[in-house]
Design a protein around this ligand. Structure first.
Ligand code: DX5
Ligand code: ZN
Length: 220
């Protein structure tokens, strides 16, 4: 499986958001990761469907919505209509996870489960048949630029064993050139990176460096 690189928009300069998106599109980003926060599930606030709709008009990169909200269900139809390609909901926020994943699938887009660093992987095991991907958080969600939690590598290895080959395992939080090879070697197939990409002056270069590290990881 080819590893995909997904810049996380949270680390972009929001005063020039259209240029920032064009920049990573030209640099060869495979997905654009959008962090949707409600100030309740996580102690931070970002944006919702109307902003996503405008962003979708401006780019051809598939949009990857990560919902860090206490009540994701009402947002799903609006985000699907806004043009996202996939939505991840947190297992910690979804008491009726099967229904929520079905509703994402019924909207015609890919459904994923996001899982916090301290949540047991067994919590998501029975829901894997209804998921196209799992988003493994390698920081506590809410903010960009945090330190990578090293135990995430082993969690990804265990999840890969549990899920088999076809599931996309995306990893989010503190992903950088130094841990990309280990993450891919453990079974990650999508690398989400905010500060590593948007923090660099040359985004094409930082995406290329991540791809190179991912290649090293794949050949292990
Ligand atoms: C954390 C978010 C991440 C964040 C990653 O709450 O889910 O997507 O933007 O940013 P970096 O790569 O800077 O840790
Ligand atoms: Zn995220």
């Amino acid at each position: 499986m080819n590893v995909r690189i997904a810049p996380s928009l949270l680390a972009a300069d929001f005063s020039r958001i259209a240029q920032e998106i064009q920049d990573v599109e030209k640099a060869g980003a495979d997905l654009l990761h959008l962090d949707i926060m409600d100030g309740h599930f996580v102690p931070n606030l970002t944006f919702g469907p109307p902003v996503v709709r405008s962003l979708a008009r401006d780019t051809r990169i598939p949009l990857d919505a990560h919902l860090m909200v206490t009540d994701p269900d009402p947002l799903i139809p609006a985000l699907a209509a806004a043009g996202v390609a996939r939505i991840a909901v947190h297992v910690e926020a979804c008491p009726h996870l099967h229904r929520t994943l079905q509703s994402i699938g019924d909207s015609g887009i890919e459904a994923g489960i996001a899982v916090n660093p301290a949540s047991a992987l067994s919590l998501i095991e029975d829901a894997l048949p209804w998921s196209s991907f799992v988003l493994v958080l390698s920081v506590n969600p809410g903010f960009g630029g945090q330190d990578f939690i090293p135990e995430s590598v082993e969690r990804i290895r265990r999840l890969r064993r549990m899920a088999g080959d076809s599931l996309d395992i995306s990893v989010d939080g503190g992903v950088c050139r130094d841990n990309a090879a280990d993450l891919v070697g453990a079974g990650a197939t999508t690398l989400i990176a905010g500060s590593e990409i948007f923090g660099a002056a040359d985004r094409a270069r930082s995406i290329a460096v991540l791809r190179q590290s991912a290649d090293h990881g794949e050949s292990r």
